[in-house]
Write a protein that binds this ligand. Structure first.
Ligand code: SF4
Length: 239
């Protein structure tokens, strides 16, 4: 699928009217070929609440790497019960995980950036490719304020790697706006946020951060240099 720049320009103009307006425009144009990528983080909870308000059976997928926190699974279960919804859950290829763990061990990500990228590739990037196969657009919770690498995040762009539109409706939101929205609408959130986790990913690769620390500092904290990304958002300039 190809979308011309006029359509992207139109959607970016719509986004100036708010995240909900963009979600509605995408849903009206593409129906359930629009997919929300959720890691059950705070931003994804805002977007899930908004999107399910537009379409109670909206497509929301989760990449279950097999290494998520128990608290994340608890939130998934809570969401399914609260909104009477179902996630599309994608698992990594069993064969690829078996081969990786046999060759490099279960904790390979701590050993080198290359090994960490291999693990993210097997557990996240390849399942994302499957999730977006046939999708017209995908929605993410990226915000410009999350890291310098995300400072240029547009509302809508063309994701050539996946052949789909990529929409970031919260691109201009602050962290305070996210939490104000969750509280105002009583949206469930991951309890790890109450324990200092700002960004929540896989259990072995995420830690709590101190007040005032970079929001992404809790991800792959043992890596001193380089971009703290896992390859899911290559077209955005660098979860
Ligand atoms: S975040 Fe860590 S455990 Fe999760 S896929 Fe990447 S390297 Fe593997």
């Amino acid at each position: 699928m190809e979308v011309n720049s006029t359509e992207i320009g139109r959607l970016n103009a719509v986004a100036a009217g708010g995240a909900q307006a963009l979600l509605r425009a995408l849903a009206e144009r593409h129906g359930r070929a629009v997919k929300l990528a959720s890691s059950l983080g705070a931003e994804d909870q805002v977007l899930s609440h908004m999107l399910l308000g537009i379409d109670p059976h909206a497509s929301i997928f989760v990449l279950d790497t097999g290494r998520l926190h128990q608290e994340t699974y608890d939130l998934m279960a809570r969401m399914m019960s609260r909104y009477r919804m179902h996630y599309e859950v994608l698992f990594p290829s069993a064969g690829a995980v078996q081969e990786m763990v046999r060759e490099a061990g279960p904790n390979l990500f701590y050993e080198s950036v290359e090994h960490r990228h291999r693990c993210c590739g097997v557990r996240k990037v390849e399942p994302l490719r499957r999730a977006l196969s046939g999708a017209a657009a995908w929605i993410t919770g990226l915000r410009r304020a999350q890291s310098p690498d995300r400072a240029g995040t547009p509302f809508v762009e063309w994701d050539s790697a996946h052949g789909a539109l990529k929409a970031n409706p919260l691109a201009d939101w602050t962290e305070d706006q996210v939490w104000d929205y969750l509280r105002a609408h009583d949206v469930p959130y991951n309890v790890l946020h109450d324990r200092g986790f700002l960004s929540i990913g896989c259990a072995p690769c995420t830690r709590a951060v101190e007040p005032g620390e970079d929001p992404r500092a809790g991800r792959w904290w043992w890596e001193q240099d380089g971009v703290k990304e896992c390859g899911l958002h290559v077209s955005a300039g660098a979860s």
